[in-house]
Design a protein around this ligand. Structure first.
Ligand code: ATP
Ligand code: MG
Ligand code: MG
Ligand code: MG
Length: 348
């Protein structure tokens, strides 16, 4: 009999719409070919108020691709649709906070049902850029210099705040990148080229998160590698992103035609190997499972490869980098989804 897969999507983050698009691609892959007999998909949509809609309502969102925020959190939002109890495996395709960060993974762990992707630790470490970069340092993965900042320091007033900026000035210089520690899709990220822009960027990042990271800016090519599996995980071919913008910001990511994916990237073979090796090292250093997309900077002049970040639930639309990297590595979209469910049910 078919395995009951709970497809969990939507969620309360800025990447809500991306999640719906990812879920549509995954659902259709599970209803095709051999997957059709093997799996029975039940959709569970979490709307932007945090309400879990029942499978019938969720199917409508999946079909239309349009968010449904008509239900608000009346009474307890912890009333899960009864069908949840029948699921044999979960495929959470939620991006950003409240989905990619270990919260949902904790819930699914408590439900005692296997799920696709990293557990609580890997997800949490992958979401928080400060914790992630500290872990990368311990694994001796090369990366840009960075400074962790708290919201309290940013709002500390005229005595302390200038000293913080002095410290960043001296340690990192310009341009530097100011990021809320727990987001994705470049939301809240600013490139600061002057002291004044740094001050403004810190103020703005502090609106998003109480943890902020400031990184030295690097001029480099941007390359990404996909990882699939558990303890024996494999790395895909390497892809490159090119764009006509100051950096790979939200608008560039989600406006058609603004960014190009080059798969495979035109790189020396030894650099490709280095990137694949670093991807697996990062994946294991953070205790990731199932899947991850690892983002890098390649400084062509020096041959340096710097790790930027890991995304434990990367964009999964038909046009997203993660499935395209596997497609180019010989794993078709439908097989990829099948493999991920298999890795979920046989974690260890
Ligand atoms: P994702 O959508 O991949 O999860 P994110 O919100 O986690 O993105 P980052 O990948 O950290 O954000 O940064 C977004 C983009 O900003 C990068 O792709 C790059 O273009 C630029 N960027 C970030 N950090 C640096 C840096 N230290 N030096 C140069 N460019 C940077
Ligand atoms: Mg990210
Ligand atoms: Mg992300
Ligand atoms: Mg990134």
């Amino acid at each position: 009999t078919a395995i009951k897969v709970g497809l969990l999507f939507g969620g309360r983050s800025g990447e809500h719409q991306v999640s719906i698009t990812s879920a549509r691609a995954i659902a259709s892959a599970l209803e095709k070919g051999e997957n059709k007999q093997k799996y029975q998909v039940t959709p569970f949509y979490i709307n932007q108020n945090g309400v879990w809609l029942n499978p019938e309502q969720s199917a409508q969102v999946l079909a239309s691709g349009i968010p449904d925020d008509s239900s608000t959190t009346q009474g307890s939002k912890w009333q899960f649709p009864v069908q949840c109890q029948e699921m044999e495996v979960w495929f959470p395709i939620l991006h950003g906070p409240n989905g990619e960060d270990g919260t949902v993974q904790g819930l699914l762990t408590l439900m005692d049902v296997p799920f696709v992707g990293s557990g609580v630790l890997g997800s949490a470490l992958g979401m928080d850029k400060i914790a992630m970069k500290n872990a990368f340092d311990h694994a001796q993965l090369p990366q840009v210099d960075y400074i962790a900042v708290t919201r309290d320091e940013v709002f500390s007033g005229p005595c302390v705040f200038p000293k913080l900026c002095d410290r960043i000035d001296t340690a990192l210089g310009y341009p530097c990148f100011v990021k809320p520690a727990n987001l994705g899709s470049s939301v809240g990220i600013a490139k600061a080229k002057t002291r004044q822009e740094l001050e403004e960027a810190l103020d703005s990042a502090a609106q998003y998160d109480h943890r902020i990271i400031v990184e030295a800016g690097v001029k480099a090519r941007e390359v990404e590698c996909a990882v699939l599996g558990n303890s024996q995980a494999k790395a895909s071919v390497v892809g490159e992103i090119t764009y006509n913008a100051d950096f790979y910001d939200y608008e560039t990511k989600y406006t058609d035609g603004k960014a190009q994916l080059i798969i495979p990237a035109q790189l020396p073979e030894n650099i490709v190997h280095k990137i694949q090796e670093m991807s697996l090292k990062a994946f294991h250093a953070l205790n990731c499972q199932g899947l991850s997309r690892v983002d890098f900077f390649y400084v062509e002049e020096t041959g340096e490869v710097l790790i930027n970040e890991i995304n434990t639930l990367p964009g999964f639309t038909a046009l997203s980098m993660y499935p395209q990297l596997w497609e180019a590595s010989g794993v078709k979209f439908a097989d990829l989804v099948d493999k991920l469910i298999n890795f979920a049910m046989n974690k260890q």
